[in-house]
Design a protein around this ligand. Sequence first.
Ligand code: GLN
Length: 477
Amino acid sequence: MELNALTIKQATTGLQNKEFSSVELTSACINRIKKRNSDINAFISVTEDEAMDAAKKADEAIKNGSSKTLTGIPFGVKDAICVKDIRSTGGAKILDTYTPPHTATVIEKILSEGAVLVGKQNCDAFGHGASNENSMYGPVKNPHDTTKVAGGSSGGSAAALADNQCLFSIAEDTGGSIRQPASLCGVAGLRPSYGRNSRYGIMPMASSLDTVGPMAKTIEDIAILMEVMAGNDKKDATTVNQEVPMYTKEIIKDISGMKIGVPKEYMELEGMDEEVKHIIEKQIEALKKMGCKIEPISLPHTKYAVPVYYIVVPSEDSSNMGRLDAIRYGVQEKGDSLYDVYANSRRNGFPEEVKRRIMVGTYALSAGYYDAYYKKAQKVRTLIRQDFENAFSKVDLLVTPTSPFPAFGLGEKKDDIISMYLADVFVSPGAVAGIPGLSVPVGNTKARLPVGLQVMGPRLAEGRVLQLGHHIQQAQS
Ligand code: GLN
């Protein structure tokens, strides 16, 4: 097996046993990126020099016995997450030359373990999208079929991992951006509960929904990463002050007798791809054989999740995008007046979808419309959250498809905004409610496109969510 195709667990063992070095492992990833990036386009910036230096340091640490679990493991980071002195564009030209003065807390934690950053990954500008076609650096192609999208907004993070260009990726999920591309590319991805991981250093999109989480090849690797990433952070007041569980221990616990709810509103969705439905139903049958109790559940406000999401998110988005004025940082265009400088910089620096959200959000927040739209959406948001609370008083976890369809064609939905927004139909409800969601690869369509199963759990029950995901993966092997 090629070194770059290893899981974190396998690579850590190999490094500790001196079967290969981090320099060799990192070179394997960098070579893979060099070979594939012109086609897949998963990376906006490749940090080869920094990576090779970090790999040498990692090998030293392994030699002198001071290494940790992630020492020497190559990884990529979504470009909407800041890393000090490394170009971080967020997928938008307005930040084409931006090198942040700070590193996101979660990345700081991973780097302090001695992990090796190989580059910054392509994404829809500021996380706005479900196909990676809203990146100003070109779309990411799906490694399973390069005529298809990789999903979004973290398409680069999912595609890079699926294509063995790195061993794990760190991405952001506001309304599905980790789970949906993970599903379309056939890797695992966890959106943690809101407040579980620090958002400090993540380019803000919709602050009351933004989360940062890992993508990896196995759930076991996700558990390893969450033990490093999670926890309270003084720099993010929304992080919870609760002990971080030993996820790697939680996942191996027995699942027999676990009560799993299947929400009827999800399975009955009109327009769901038949093959996806069949693969998910087969997996639900398999769960029964694994000793789980399957129960039908109703989440009656599900149909409002996408409309609520597309009021709340653009509203918060429009105010967050306000900081990008090209005065303090970013690419500044010329203009005859201050107004023209703002207007020209924002006109050229933002893609259409960012402008659309700024307009929708500004409208929804304006005097006279605030009560009718934003406030009302927030009230319905509470109802959606209560649906989940009711469900979790009856069952331990919920399972659903992650996406109603497998990877779609590049360009297929680009001009059909509503149909693109509907790609989030199964991932936005959990995001609106702030609960954790995991996408686990559970099969492929006849055209060999991956299908993901979403596992959702109560707030802060990441351990239980990962536990089921791990058992599903174990049963596959
Ligand atoms: N598709 C969603 C959107 O466009 C996902 C965003 C995200 O999670 N960053 O808003």
